[in-house]
Design a protein around this ligand. Sequence first.
Ligand code: LLP
Length: 438
Amino acid sequence: PRGASRGADGVVRLAGVPVTELAEQYGTPLFVIDEDDFRSRCRDMARAFGSPERVHYASKAFLSSEIARWVADEGLSMDVASGGELAVALHGGFPAERITMHGNNKSRAELREAVSAGVGHVVLDSMQEIDRLDAVAAELGVVQEVLIRITVGVEAHTHEFIATAHEDQKFGFSLSGGAALDAVRRVFETDNLRLVGLHSHIGSQIFDVDGFELAAHRVIGLLRRIVDEFGAAKTSQVNVIDLGGGLGISYLDSDDPPPVDDLAAKLANIVATESAAAGLPVPTLMVEPGRAIAGPGTVTLYEVGTIKDVRLDGNASRRYVSVDGGMSDNIRTALYQAEYDCRLVSRDSRAEPVVARVVGKHCESGDIVIRDTWLPDDVDAGDLLAVAATGAYCYSMSSRYNLLTRPAVVAVRDGKPRLVLRRETVADLLSLEVQEHD
Ligand code: LLP
């Protein structure tokens, strides 16, 4: 986080709050969000892309009512991908007209909730959905603005499970074979849908502008074909191109993601050049960053428990440092071989750094938080470790595996902590159970 520093006593402060106090007050594991970091990334994005409402915070990265309030405050828009995300955003007072509803299999109920709440845009993902949404809008007596999600056939250089624009996957309408053009035709035939733009999302944790460039090129190519086929009058309102999310962040010191300003300038330039070349007016560029806003400013605090030096072949050994959470609060290492960095934050140590594997407390050997890291040789039970950049896709993908209760989430700002989500309790676990009848 931008507001992290180590005090003279060796204890790390987050926005001025000593981590030892946070651990004492709220327990561990604990997610600590540096609120100014989160908000300043919202502002950086808004500035880079020329206006806050063009930037949709992808709430799947992390959402609570409090986060919705921050994002609303900063003037950004929001991308939600389920009825649950929609409900929490609305509960936080997020203005519906700045919400875009996503999903490859939205239920009729979710569509109805979105349309009746008055969301700004729905992103259409299938032929069935076009008819379903048209019916819902007709029922509610409204005309709903929509975008169509295009699968542009770009191979994003990221993990297979988070790359989304190659042809052989479930999202969107394929460009090849004419599915995308058929979808546009179908939307034009409806009475209650109004097409305002095209959408593409090529994947996540991307460092390289090339994939976005190719996506923009292809989306604008499709826009040209749409104008040719349906005429300028009918298509004049189709003027948004949403290039989705995916901006990569640095998890390790060695990661080097492009600065947001550079990427935004390049994307704007590509869109301007491509549309000029296609003889089209320049469309409004929108984006949907999740990780790049929520990721960097949060750390997970863990308390160290058991330490084991395990003999490997020969003379080597590996140190296993167990912490009090694991794959239930961060599944990303197990799922994507994601890499993280951590520090001893409750005190200084001059001990020699040794290679260690940070593992959780779950009942499987894949329960690894950090595969290989360096920790001082004297790290011991009771020490606090902070894992960096855990703000995106950690809490939001958390589980209750082994019936661990979900950690609390705390925001820090100006030397003060504020609880955002309380820790789950055993009572929460039991609250889903149905009383037995005898
Ligand atoms: N827009 C759409 C349509 C998306 O599907 C996504 C992410 C985003 C925006 C935001 O992408 P971001 O800027 O956060 O990269 N669980 C995975 C990431 C999955 C991303 C899914 N879609 C992970 O932990 O890496």
